[in-house]
Design a protein around this ligand. Structure first.
Ligand code: PLP
Length: 345
């Protein structure tokens, strides 16, 4: 199959229209058939629920070309499950998980010419999302929804590849506590735009959010979970006691990779921000589908100036090993745990 004529190795992380999107409507209590479309616009009522009460959830995964030339996806079943969990919290109907996986396969296969070739550093970003199209004026859940998947080829999320970034600490909460920070929904991102712009204007790559109740524990950054390495070489994974860290599929996969493939000791526990400022950690990284693992060299804020000694300029040894193993699994050069890689074409 002929690939699109693009400069694959210099793609930015941005949207570009591709050949097809997938669309499926929910009406009268049931999902329709669903189909591919080459119409990349959405038309709906001025009174649609999404426009007033923000009923929208989304997902993000990637399609990769392996070393042997196959097109594959990474653990789409977990995206399907998480989207159903997010939908439940916003009183939206779940999109059936098997239908979700079939839709991902169908839309990626139809856009095979847009899947970046092996080894170029780019991937096909797959964005499933669902929003209320039904009309509402009094505050209540809508009764009609649209599920769509758009795909677009992307390069790296954080510029500079392996160069360590500096992040800061947000003065704001990313989401309300008790189970709204752990759903993947545009409303949480809307709340992160203002602190995000402030951080960028001050020269920082991202914000670190602390727990909103006590502002004592580390949660995550705007769109990526946090990983730490302590002085004993343990991988320390922040855990939220208010259940408000987004359950990153990359993070959950890296915990398995570290434990079962790399034989590391992994500790998942609440982490006080004070432990970071005390200098208890030697490496820090941000992980997610878009970020993969991006090394953090410094955290700076008022009265805070932390350097991670083993990864101040580029990835430290642990983050590097984790990234190489994960990207190797996705590229088919490292054996994947059962069920992680789903073949598309
Ligand atoms: C999507 C997302 C992540 C990363 O999750 P992955 O499943 O690894 O892509 C982390 N934090 C937030 C807030 C997110 O929305």
């Amino acid at each position: 199959m002929e690939k699109q004529n693009l400069d694959w190795s210099s793609l930015p992380f941005s949207y570009r229209e591709t050949s097809y999107s997938y669309v499926c409507n929910y009406k009268d209590g049931a999902w329709g058939e669903g189909e591919l479309t080459s119409d990349h616009t959405v038309t709906m009522s001025e009174c649609a629920g999404i426009l007033h009460y923000c009923q929208e959830v989304f997902e993000g995964l990637k399609a990769y070309t392996t070393e042997s030339g196959e097109i594959v996806c990474f653990r789409p079943d977990l995206n399907a499950q998480r989207m159903a969990d997010s939908a439940k919290r916003l009183c939206m109907p779940a999109f059936p998980e098997d239908k979700f996986i079939e839709a991902v396969k169908q839309v990626v296969a139809a856009n095979a010419s847009w899947v970046p070739p092996y080894g170029c550093g780019a991937t096909l970003y797959v964005r499933p999302y669902m929003f209320a199209t039904g009309v509402v004026i009094g505050v209540s859940p809508a009764t009609e929804y649209q599920f769509r998947i758009l795909v677009t080829p992307v390069g790296p999320y954080f510029k500079g590849g392996d160069t360590a970034v500096t992040i800061t600490v947000a003065d704001y909460d990313r989401a309300a506590p008790h189970g709204t920070g752990n759903i993947k929904a545009g409303l949480n991102y809307a709340m992160s735009l203002y602190p995000g712009e402030k951080a960028h204007a001050a020269g920082f790559a991202e914000n670190l959010y602390l727990d909103s109740q006590s502002r004592t524990y580390v949660e995550e950054t705007g769109g990526a979970n946090v990983l730490l390495v302590d002085k004993q070489g343990n991988l320390v994974v922040p855990k939220s006691f208010t259940d408000s860290i987004l359950p990153s599929i990359t993070r959950r996969s890296l915990v398995t990779v570290a434990t079962d493939i790399l034989g590391m000791n992994v500790i998942e526990r609440p982490v006080k921000f004070e432990e970071i400022t005390n200098g208890d950690f030697v490496e820090c990284g941000l992980c997610g589908t878009a970020a993969v693992i991006s090394p953090v060299g410094h955290i700076k804020a008022e009265g805070v100036d932390v350097t991670f000694p083993d990864g101040a300029e580029t990835s430290g040894p642990v983050m590097k090993k984790l990234r190489e193993t994960l990207t190797g699994i996705q590229a088919g050069t490292v054996e994947a745990p059962e069920g992680w890689i789903v073949k598309i074409a």
